[in-house]
Design a protein around this ligand. Structure first.
Ligand code: PA5
Length: 446
């Protein structure tokens, strides 16, 4: 059966016996994830999610998506961080690269807001929506995050002006905490359809909850296949051995490399549709591991594009990096390079080849060059960009992240550092309750 595979053939600065020596430690870290015996164990709801997600919830998500599709040409998904990146990553990976420019009257477009505080972005979005039938999926676990709150206030006003308060309530879905937060209160008062984000699932682990699944379903993709893929990987990653558990091997390998001085991991793709998988992965690993003065710095590149920008540094810069390459075995479509009688561009040696054959040689050539340049190379292969395999990939990274974080010696499930900028921003903006911080920050700036 086709499935995700992981290989750590070219680790260079560590050998397999050094990685094998970490097996007991990796198993211990995995037991903490599976049995809830480590720090942050109140955030392990994602571990059994694929096998435990109720069929009735999936049905509810799909029927809510259909209702939004019936009413709306565009659905704006509002959220940031873990309430944004998972859905964005899956939708981009599955979408036609030019979907945004195509006029397809029967399909509902999904766009995003609340993931930034760009005034021009919001102005332009409201302009785009001005002549569209639109709806909103607003997502915030805490229900109090500033960026999505601003976007929601603006778009809710626009929608209510267009279709009235009652009409807007039929086109707004809120995904938030069961009881707490401003969004929950607003949803109750306004009568919005809601989905709950369980207390024990942190934002960056929430893509297989309604947070990710509803936007993905609205965009027209098969959430049941996505969950099935995750479930297959959930089963595969309970194994105690490196040979059969790719998450255990990935976690141990990256920790071995980190301990050998490789402080930066670059997630590499050779398919532009995977750009946001890189963004999602950066959040997952960055927020989970970057704490207590520790953590592999997660970076991402899109090749071959970035071989013409970051390629020099990766090949030849400070030797503190390793790379994990996601390969997609088969593209969805076939494009053959034509012969040209004049051959003025000199590329007739490629004539008759599939574009993907050239891409694969760029990938192989780069791997050989990087290995020669002392960049350890780990490799993940997925058969194709389809829901099932993306589900496998998501769960693989989540499980490995929990194991890896515990091996690193941190609590992988909190994010205390994220609060610091918020405190300063609220102090600078004069939020009630922040008077003392406002005085202190003003003194620092004077
Ligand atoms: O992973 C996390 O917990 C964060 O990135 C959150 O997802 C992000 O800050 C958004 O939070 P909320 O969903 O509460 O608005």
């Amino acid at each position: 059966m086709e499935k995700l595979t992981f290989s750590n053939t070219d680790t260079l600065v560590v050998n397999q016996s050094q990685i094998d020596a970490l097996l007991p430690e990796a198993r211990e870290a995995m037991a903490k994830v599976e049995n809830g015996t480590g720090a942050g164990n109140d955030f392990l709801g994602w571990v059994n999610l694929p096998s435990e997600i109720p069929a009735s919830l999936l049905e509810d998500i799909e029927s809510t998506a259909r209702k939004l599709q019936d009413k709306c040409e565009v659905v704006v998904c509002i959220g940031i961080g873990g309430s944004y990146l998972g859905a964005k990553a899956v939708i981009e990976a599955l979408s036609d690269s030019f979907a945004a420019y195509r006029h397809e009257p029967k399909s509902t477009k999904v766009v995003f807001a609340g993931q930034n505080i760009g005034e021009d972005y919001l102005y332009e979005l409201m302009g785009y929506l001005a002549d569209k039938k639109f709806g909103i999926v607003v997502i915030s676990k805490s229900g109090t995050t500033t960026e999505p709150a601003i976007a929601f206030r603006l778009l809710k006003n626009q929608l209510e002006e267009r279709v009235g308060k009652e009409g807007a309530a039929e086109r707004i879905v809120a995904i938030t905490d069961e009881h707490k937060g401003a969004l929950r209160q607003m949803a109750t008062e306004e009568g919005y359809k809601t989905f709950v984000i369980a207390d024990n699932v942190g934002g960056r682990f929430s893509v297989l909850t309604p947070v990710g699944l509803l936007p993905i379903a609205v965009a027209g993709y098969d959430i049941k296949a996505l969950v099935e893929g995750a479930k297959a990987m959930q089963e595969a990653t309970t194994s105690q051995d490196f040979a059969t558990n790719p998450a255990l091997l990935y976690a141990a390998t990256r920790n071995a490399l980190y301990r050998a001085g490789k402080k930066i991991e670059i997630l590499v793709n050779y398919n532009p549709k995977l750009h946001y998988v890189g963004e999602w992965w950066k959040q997952l690993y960055g927020e989970s591991e970057g704490k207590d003065g520790k953590g592999i710095f997660p970076a991402a590149v899109d090749n071959s594009t970035d071989l013409h920008s970051m390629g020099q540094w990766i090949q030849d810069g400070e030797r503190t990096i390793f790379e994990t390459v996601i390969s997609v075995a088969a593209p969805q479509h076939e494009v053959l390079i034509p012969t040209d009688n004049d051959n003025l561009d000199g590329i007739n040696f490629l004539a008759g080849k599939k574009v993907d054959q050239v891409n694969k040689m760029a990938e192989l050539g780069t791997r050989i060059a990087h290995v020669d340049g002392k960049v350890p190379n780990l490799s993940i292969t997925i058969p194709a960009l389809r829901e099932q395999y993306l589900g496998e990939l998501i769960y693989f990274f989540e499980k490995a992240c929990g194991i890896s974080g515990y091996m690193l010696g941190v609590n992988p499930f909190n994010q205390p550092g994220v609060e610091d900028y918020k405190r300063n921003m609220f102090a600078l903006l004069g939020k009630p309750g922040y008077e003392q911080q406002t005085a202190e920050i003003k003194k620092r700036l004077s």
